[in-house]
Design a protein around this ligand. Structure first.
Ligand code: ADP
Length: 501
């Protein structure tokens, strides 16, 4: 079945479609693209080791492409195990000679500087992020970059107050942290990892994902501008082989990983029986639970945001909608209408709601799983939006009539695809929400506070939002349980991952 073919089996009728289209027609926007030139990208980037950029030892490079048009943005270095060793040695030297001797107040000063420089270069960073990742500029501009700055500001405030954080009178850092991050929120994940590690007094070797290395490399320039002492942060680009070399390096004291459950499991095995501390933030299959008394307009927007934000490339996405049976038809009808209105296309356009899928490999996975959705008997509704000819695109999709046994209800799709299931009682909602190997995030929508609390208490997930979804704040801890990983990032809890407590 064609990806973009209008389908009509999710309880919609032609008048809904016409209504959506007529509303769209009256809301037609002129293109409002941000200029790609603002990114000021260089044709190639080296590795950021010991305070400066240098070529990789093997002089190997790979291209990072714009997923919206498949054009090469820049060439970046593939770090070998020799380069990893150089980066770790630099971090160890900086830890021993400089960073472990700085006061908390001095570390605060650097973190504040980095935060301010991110703000100053926020427009450039937003464009870089959107070009490299494919996410709408509206999101990189209003969410990713401001939140990245906010994390540095927040942990700047902790650096000179560690003795008051509840981890003993004089909590000590771990040493050298190896940090491996994914491609869905590249700069934000770098900030989540670096800011608490530096505040707690560790030095770092950060490896961005191979499809989205560019914002981390601009961050490296910012670290130079901030005059952060050489070696305190090293940023090395490369694929999983580089990541594995970092995990295996004997002089790393801590591994912090965000990515797939499969790789996380492997990293846990490889670090077992070593001195290395480990935190893992892995996949999810978040349930967004909707009761019949929830305010419907807000809730529809919350469901949309929960799954289509960042093309659904979100580990805590509300990818399973659990809707109370008495309102299921209405919710589905309104959802489908809203999906039809989402603007899919040029990520640099300020009016775009849904951008490009990050890579060909990810697009393939989304297609495979949605094909399973159909063959296993769920009812598919896919937006009839036009998709660009070049690049990696997937039209927003909703599956109704999903059973718990379906793969689209069990496996993380990591794309703009919502699976809708129904329930009758709060007990059934909780049982279905918890019927997953994951445990990262859930949402609960109801007018009744006592009901949302009753449900929240029984959900097995690290993060639970009530009457909202995908809310992030540096003061609030984030992390999972079960196959979603362990450890917390953000808030006071986020310091614990980088202290010897
Ligand atoms: P995804 O499947 O979403 O791309 P991955 O878990 O494969 O997520 O990737 C997340 C990060 O982990 C990336 O930076 C990637 O390069 C890195 N990575 C992949 N394989 C390994 C590995 N075996 N060891 C360490 N890091 C890895």
């Amino acid at each position: 079945m064609s990806m973009c073919a209008p389908m009509n089996s999710a309880g919609t009728d032609v008048s809904d479609r016409q209504l959506a289209n007529s509303q769209l027609g009256s809301l037609e926007y002129d293109p409002a693209p941000e200029s790609a030139a603002i990114a000021k990208l260089k044709p190639s980037y080296g590795l950021f080791i010991d305070g400066g950029f240098s070529d990789g030892e093997a002089h190997q490079q790979f291209a990072t492409v714009n997923p919206a048009n498949e054009e090469t943005l820049s060439m970046v270095a593939q770090a070998s195990s020799v380069d990893v060793d150089r980066a770790v040695s630099s971090a160890r030297h900086a830890y021993d000679k400089v960073w472990s001797k700085t006061t908390g107040a001095q570390r605060s000063k650097y973190l504040f500087r980095i935060a301010r420089l991110i703000q100053e270069r926020s427009r450039e960073l937003a464009v870089v992020e959107t070009l490299d990742n494919g996410k709408p500029i509206r999101e990189s501009r209003d969410v990713d970059i401001p939140l990245a700055a906010a994390h540095f500001f927040y942990y700047a405030g902790w650096a000179d107050k560690l003795e008051h954080a509840g981890f003993g009178v004089n909590p000590k850092p771990l040493g050298v942290a190896g940090q491996i991050i994914p491609w869905n929120f590249p700069l934000l994940m770098a900030a989540w990892k670096l800011a608490p590690a530096l505040a707690a007094g560790n030095t770092c070797v950060l490896k961005p994902a191979e499809t989205t290395p560019l914002s981390a490399l601009v961050l490296a320039e910012i670290l130079e501008q901030a005059e952060l002492p050489p070696g305190v942060v090293n940023i090395i680009t490369g694929d999983g082989v580089t990541g594995a070399a970092l995990v295996d390096h004997p002089d790393v004291d801590k591994i912090a990983f965000t990515g797939s459950t499969e790789v996380g499991r492997m990293i846990q095995q490889r670090t077992a029986a070593s001195h290395k501390h480990l935190t893992l933030e892995l996949g999810g299959k978040g349930a967004n639970i909707v009761f019949d008394d929830a305010p419907i307009d807000e809730m529809i927007e919350g469901i949309i945001d929960g799954i289509f934000f960042n093309q659904g490339h979100v580990c805590c996405a509300g990818s399973r909608l659990l809707v109370q049976e008495s309102v299921a038809d209405e919710v589905l009808r309104r959802l489908v209408r809203r999906v039809e209105q989402l603007r899919v296309g040029d990520p640099l356009d300020k009016n775009t709601d849904v951008g490009a899928i990050n890579s060909a490999a990810q697009l393939l996975r989304i297609r495979e799983l949605t094909d399973f959705g159909e063959s296993e008997g769920a009812t598919r509704y896919t937006s009839s939006c036009a998709l660009p000819q070049k690049g990696y695109w997937f039209a927003p999709t909703v599956f109704a009539d999903v059973a718990q046994s379906h793969r689209i209800a069990r496996e993380e799709i990591f794309g703009p695809v919502l699976s809708v299931l129904t329930f009758r009682t709060p007990e059934e909602a909780v049982a279905k929400a918890n019927n997953t190997n994951y445990g990262l995030a859930c949402g609960v929508w109801s007018e009744k506070g006592s009901r949302t609390l009753w449900v929240a208490e029984r959900l097995r997930a690290g993060v639970i939002w009530t009457n909202t979804y995908n809310r992030f704040d540096p003061t609030s801890p984030f992390g999972g349980m079960r196959e979603s990983g362990f450890g917390r990032e953000g808030g006071r809890h986020g310091l614990e991952a980088y202290l010897n407590v």
